[in-house]
Design a protein around this ligand. Structure first.
Ligand code: GAL
Length: 362
């Protein structure tokens, strides 16, 4: 028992060190709870009173690194405290991190779930303490989102990124008569998928092929498998696919993100493709427009990508957490982004090609 009290005390003291005791979440949360319309000026906490706890599913993820860097930049700009932790791709670790943030007394949470089906239990913990919670990047089920009025989601419509990938492949085939290497009028493709169960993996896979077929082109799947968003895993997977299928059969590679597209390109390069010889080129497309992805488009090894706007996703998530912690209602007026169904901020994807990649380079 003594041990428990000591641990609880030290956790509280740690909270004081991190976020400052006198400005704890209970003030900010009660500010939110205290006003019926959530907008009473007297009850709003100052930005400097706001402390946001952020869990990122894993730090070692190229796209999520851009989102968390942007969140930090925005928090500094707004003068709110932000603590970001690495959930190391383990839901059990993330659950503990959420508990610790709540014990420390954060005034809002931002969570990029490891497993999106865990969102419900994470949300219940926040709800029990009346703490606003913003989910990012991995979308909770709709009924979970509806069950707590202080839950929001910031992300991008995965369908749209899939459609853009499909359009890129269509562009390539329309402009390159030799792209249909066996001349059978059908695109033989390889699909390199993100993590199973992730909405972006499922929907990018589905909508990219639908876009190609809706444009009147036939497709044939040679192989599809997961490389968990990871470049090295995608190289291994692509090498295996090349060995099993023969590189001559492959006419297009669609990857659910840029890291995996780049991994697949490494394997193609090892087989003499997507290098200097223009006759040996297989179009590879991805999603994100990461810096290495843009560099590959510039050098001509990757055909195109869909820009996943981590800048606006990071800003929107920080702004919602800040405004909600201050007891404000979440509208375009308070956060600067359109809010759909009072809960969702959708940041659009953009098509990136040889023609416009430079606009996305920092
Ligand atoms: C996707 C992104 C991937 C990866 C994943 C993590 O939106 O395109 O590169 O970051 O999120 O959940």
């Amino acid at each position: 028992m003594k041990k428990f009290v000591a641990a609880a005390l030290s956790a509280l003291m740690l909270g004081c060190t991190m976020f400052g005791c006198s400005n704890s979440s209970s003030e900010a949360s009660s500010a939110a709870a205290g006003s019926a319309d959530g907008q009473s000026a007297e009850s709003e906490a100052q930005a400097s009173d706001v402390s946001i706890g952020v869990c990122i599913y894993k730090f070692d993820d190229t796209f999520m690194t851009s989102v968390r860097n942007q969140m930090q930049e925005e928090a500094d700009k707004e003068g709110v405290k932000l603590e970001v932790v690495d959930s190391q791709n383990k839901q059990a670790i993330q659950n503990e991190q959420v508990d610790t943030f709540i014990t420390k007394g954060v005034s809002a949470l931002v969570v990029n779930p490891v497993d999106r089906t865990a969102a419900e239990s994470i949300m219940s913990k926040a709800q029990a303490k009346n703490i606003p919670i913003v989910f990012i990047n991995r979308e909770p089920e709709e009924d979970v989102m509806k069950s707590y009025d202080k839950t929001w989601y910031v992300g991008a419509k995965a369908e749209q990124s899939g459609t853009i990938e499909g359009q890129l492949i269509i562009d390539y085939f329309k402009n390159n008569k030799s792209a249909d290497r066996n001349g059978d009028g059908t695109i033989q493709y390889v699909m390199i998928q993100g993590e199973p169960g992730h909405q972006d993996a499922t929907l990018r896979t589905k909508y990219s092929i639908e876009a190609i077929e809706e444009a009147g082109m036939k497709t044939e799947k040679l192989a599809a498998d997961t490389a968990y968003w990871d470049k090295a895993k995608a190289t291994d997977l692509m090498n295996n696919i090349i060995t099993a299928q023969g590189i001559d059969k492959i006419e297009a590679v669609l990857a659910n993100n840029d890291d995996m597209a780049l991994g697949a390109i490494e394997a193609l390069k090892a087989h003499g493709y997507n290098k200097d010889d223009k006759t040996k080129f297989i179009p590879v497309v991805g999603v994100d427009a990461t810096s290495p992805g843009l560099a590959a488009i510039k050098e001509g090894t990757m055909f195109g990508t869909a820009y996943n706007n981590g800048v606006d996703q990071g800003i929107a998530a920080t702004k919602i957490a800040t405004a909600a912690a201050q007891g404000k209602s979440i509208t375009k007026d308070t956060i600067g982004y359109d809010v759909t169904d009072e809960k969702y901020v959708w940041i659009p994807y953009e098509k990136v090609t040889q023609d416009n990649y430079a606009d996305y380079m920092k």
